[in-house]
Design a protein around this ligand. Structure first.
Ligand code: ATP
Ligand code: SF4
Ligand code: MG
Length: 353
């Protein structure tokens, strides 16, 4: 019989290892058309109490990465290589049963659409109480009180009356809050929020983000926030990981990446999004071309067919040699640090303002 958790001495993170440590992760799907390399050599770390914003165009591998952390890929059709360690425990070779336990207890996900996470057939209260009972062994009565408590925390008015409502009796914003309450029922150490507020109007969006911040302060969770909205990242995250074609191309603190971005793709991404500080409509500059096919990604730097700076790099390095992301504050690009700084000051900064 497999044990559910490894002994503590085995599970403790090694010195210098982050609370969540993803190393050289590859997630490849077998399809009728061939192998889709959705994530292809991704590394990052995240500490408790910190928020990592993951940004990148549609199809860059953000959701696939996080579904791999949660162990939610179909193992028969998905090849997963590399290492994902949570608090020292390796997840890539964990059993379904171990993952299921971890998913309620240590890690939880907030989806974009509450309706995909909440069942229409059970009351909201029951859906919050059940994982709590399952993972803590609490009684029905205590779990119900816990559900009421959490509904109150996420700002549902009259939670004692609303706890027995079905999801369809809640508004969209309330359902999203209820789902957050459900994901928090066991105080997860790692919370993954995939576009958690995209479907909501701006006011509710702001309230939910504030709520996540408060809850993080209270529970000290690590949060991964996947979003297309740089305003959300600026407001919520401590660090940013920029993904392109299944790899990290730039990493740094929010301030570093938003104020002094270093990778040509990040420059494109920032130029193609509304300015964070302006409320006037300004022309956006879309990145030329479209994201590559992950069945047959471009060789070398996957961004090279869309990059306007390849002529600054000697020889045919851009299409010929894949740039790696060094540890710490870094960009995976063959331009030298000096070249990047020069281009940023001369061409990019004036456009970004
Ligand atoms: N089960 C699967 N089988 C085959 N390909 C898949 C599967 N799941 C995802 N993909 C592909 O993997 C790539 C990355 O998908 P992913 O959902 O991670 O993108 P994303 O960055 O989350 O995009 P978005 O911003 O649109 O949510 C896409 O090309 C997608 O089509
Ligand atoms: S490595 Fe070359 S193609 Fe890739 S981002 Fe840098 S300059 Fe552009
Ligand atoms: Mg996604």
């Amino acid at each position: 019989m497999t044990t559910l958790t490894k002994p503590d001495e085995d599970a403790a993170p090694a010195a210098g290892e982050a609370f969540l440590s993803v190393r050289d992760l590859k997630v490849h799907f077998s399809t009728d058309d061939g192998i889709v390399k959705a994530v292809d050599g991704l590394s990052f770390g995240l500490e408790r109490g910190r928020t990592l914003g993951i940004v990148g165009e549609s199809g860059s591998g953000k959701s696939v990465t996080n579904l791999a952390v949660l162990g939610l890929h179909n193992r028969r059709k998905t090849a997963i290589e590399g290492s994902i360690k949570l608090d020292g425990q390796e997840l890539t070779d964990a059993s379904e049963k171990q993952l299921e336990t971890l998913r309620g207890k240590k890690m939880a996900m907030i989806f974009q659409d509450a309706l995909t996470a909440l069942s229409p057939y059970y009351t909201v209260g029951r859906q919050i109480a059940e994982p709590f009972m399952k993972h803590t062994g609490a009684s029905k009565r205590d779990a119900r009180e816990r559900a009421i408590d959490l509904l109150e925390k996420v700002g549902i008015p009259h939670p004692r009356q609303r706890v027995d409502d079905y999801p369809h009796q809640f508004s969209g914003g309330m359902r999203q809050r209820a789902m957050i309450a459900m994901s928090l029922s066991c105080n997860p150490d790692l919370l993954i929020a995939d576009e958690p507020t995209t479907a909501l109007d701006v006011t509710v969006q702001a309230q939910i983000l504030d709520l996540l911040k408060d809850l993080q302060q209270e529970f000290g969770s690590a949060i991964i926030m996947i979003t297309h909205d740089l305003g959300v990242v600026a407001n919520m995250a401590d660090d940013i990981l920029v993904m392109y074609a299944g790899r990290a191309v730039e990493r740094g603190t929010v301030r570093e990446v938003l104020k002094n971005p270093q990778h040509p793709y990040t420059w494109g991404l920032l130029g193609s999004m509304p300015r964070l500080t302006s409320d006037v409509d300004e022309p956006l500059m879309p990145i030329p071309g479209s994201p590559p096919s992950l069945l047959n990604p471009p060789p070398g730097c996957a961004f090279h067919p869309r990059c306007g700076f390849t002529d600054l790099v000697s020889g045919s390095r851009c299409p010929g040699e894949r740039p790696e992301l060094a540890p710490g504050r870094a960009a995976a690009c063959h331009l030298t640090v000096e070249q990047r700084q020069q281009v940023f000051i001369d061409k990019i900064q004036p456009r970004l303002g």
